[in-house]
Write a protein that binds this ligand. Structure first.
Ligand SMILES: [Zn+2]
Length: 499
């Protein structure tokens, strides 16, 4: 059965030529019905033409463009546009509400932290990821111990463990009972039982959901039987380094996965004559591409490589062959580097909002949530650094003391807060209050000037900080892009007080 959301995605992907995906945000129609917003993810925003960052509601009647300002309302970090003249999509909210998977309210931070500690113990850091972190400038102490648990992990899915024949690492399995009935088993049920935790401890913890699966077996009579079942599962399909996000109590409240290999999406804009078959391969890590052609005059088995080159993200490339009589035009887009482990759209998943990273200085990272020293530290008025990127914040906080004296740290801050993306800067404000911050040092990537959207968000952040009475100073450094690299390389820092 095609869901209401899938129906609109199909129509709108054709209308705006490319991919759209369901977001966690909602629009409301005149009757107050909840209409989900879809994110442009390859399809192009009708207002600004970009293929990412903007959203359209599932009826196709309203766009939130994050680039082109208008005099109207601002919502969800963009400007609202009513799309008149386009045919609205028959989106039935009543049907959609029924189809929406039941999700659970987010569990308390204490529960999330406890479950995430178990997750990390089951998904230990690989040697490769450990070396990556050391190379980035994180100390071995911080990698191996953060508030009494391993600092990081490496996430693999069940299907990878299956291929590697590491069955004991899989989350789901099944048993066949005497009466031929198949019982689905989750390692989580087993763990919770042995740790004396409630069977449904996972409910409301971001990343956990009820995974439905089916398996084909044979009964005693030798007949094929399909059995269906469901059991708790953690994580999505993205594999890689697990980066925890902490709250001010050193409790883990979210995980991002940094992918090992950046994915690519090739979109062919113009094909050659039908008798040729074109295959384009792209490597998201090296930005190299290969074009192969098969058909008359070319290697029929493997195809013949007619071009190899270097691409820029989203650049249009045309390759000629057959003495220029044939050509293929395509563009290659790179996927993201970081993905949240979320279960917001899954059955029995957890609703949530993305957290802010609180990366304390090394001494404080060792304290657990109920430690009175941590409590006193939170209440002390302080200066903090603000940046973007959770892992960057952890590396930066670990390296501040190598660059600045005690007196300088008192002024600039010893701890680093980070939002996952520059557009979420509003999330800083609650944390600044919770941490009794009086003065901030902003330290966004040095290339912020080249990206108009980043620049705009940065300006808004600073404006709002000043308005709320914070002392603001901007940190500058020479050549490195991010604060973490600048600190690790002991770059020359300059500070500018903003008034
Ligand atoms: Zn737009």
């Amino acid at each position: 059965m095609v869901s209401e959301v899938e129906k609109s995605i199909k129509v709108l992907s054709e209308r705006y030529r490319g991919r759209l995906r369901l977001s966690n945000c909602y629009d409301y129609d005149n009757q107050g019905n909840k209409i989900p917003f879809l994110e442009f993810a390859g399809a192009c925003c009708p207002i600004c033409g970009r293929d990412h960052y903007c959203m359209i509601n599932a009826k196709g009647t309203r766009v939130i463009c994050t680039k082109v300002p208008n005099d109207g309302k601002r919502r969800l970090n963009g400007w609202v546009y009513e799309i008149n003249g386009e045919k609205p999509i028959a989106f039935n909210e009543k049907v959609a509400a029924k189809q929406r998977p039941k999700t659970n309210q987010q569990a308390p931070a204490q529960t999330i932290d406890m479950l995430y500690r178990i997750v990390l113990s089951m998904r230990p850091l690989s040697a490769k990821h450990r070396q990556d972190l050391l190379d980035r400038g994180l100390s071995a102490e911080r990698i191996d111990n953060y508030a009494g648990h391993p600092g990081f992990g490496s996430f693999l899915t069940d299907s990878t463990y299956w291929k590697k024949k590491q069955y004991h690492d899989m989350q789901l399995g099944f048993n066949k009972a005497e009466n031929d009935e198949v019982v689905f088993k989750s390692r989580w049920n087993y763990l919770f039982q042995h740790l004396n935790l409630a069977e449904d401890s996972w409910k409301g913890v971001p990343g956990f959901y009820l995974k439905e699966s089916q398996i084909r077996t044979y009964n005693k009579q030798g007949e094929k039987v399909v059995s269906k079942g469901a059991a708790p599962y953690f994580g999505n399909k993205t594999e890689g380094l697990m980066v925890p996000y902490y709250n001010e109590k050193n409790q883990m409240v979210g995980f991002q996965v940094r992918v090992d290999h950046i994915g690519t999406q090739v979109k062919v804009l113009r094909y050659p004559d039908k008798k040729y078959w074109v295959e384009i391969e792209a490597d998201g890590d090296t930005n190299e591409y290969t074009v192969r052609v098969s058909g008359p005059g070319f290697d029929p088995e493997e195809g013949t490589v007619i071009e190899q080159g270097h691409f820029n993200d989203g650049e249009e490339i045309t390759v000629n062959f057959e003495m220029g009589l044939q050509k293929v035009t395509f563009e290659i887009k790179k996927g993201g580097k970081y993905f949240w482990i979320s279960s917001a759209n899954k059955k029995e998943g957890a609703s949530w909002t993305t957290p802010v990273q609180v990366a304390y200085n090394p001494k404080i990272t060792q304290l657990e949530a109920d430690d009175p020293v941590l409590k006193r530290y939170i209440e002390k008025p302080k200066a903090v650094w603000l940046t973007e990127g959770g892992l960057k914040a952890l590396v930066a906080a670990d390296n501040l003391a190598k660059n600045f004296s005690e007196e300088e740290l008192n002024v600039y801050g010893r701890d680093v807060l980070a939002v996952a993306g520059v557009s979420s800067y509003r999330k800083f404000f609650d944390k600044l209050k919770a941490l009794h911050v009086s003065s901030v040092t902003t330290a966004y990537d040095m290339d912020f000037k080249n990206n108009p959207q980043v620049k705009e968000n940065y300006k808004s952040l600073i404006r709002e900080l000043l308005k709320q009475g914070y002392k603001v100073r901007i940190a500058y450094w020479s050549k490195e892009k991010g604060l973490d690299d600048a600190l690790v390389n002991k770059s020359e820092f300059r500070f500018k007080d903003i008034k």
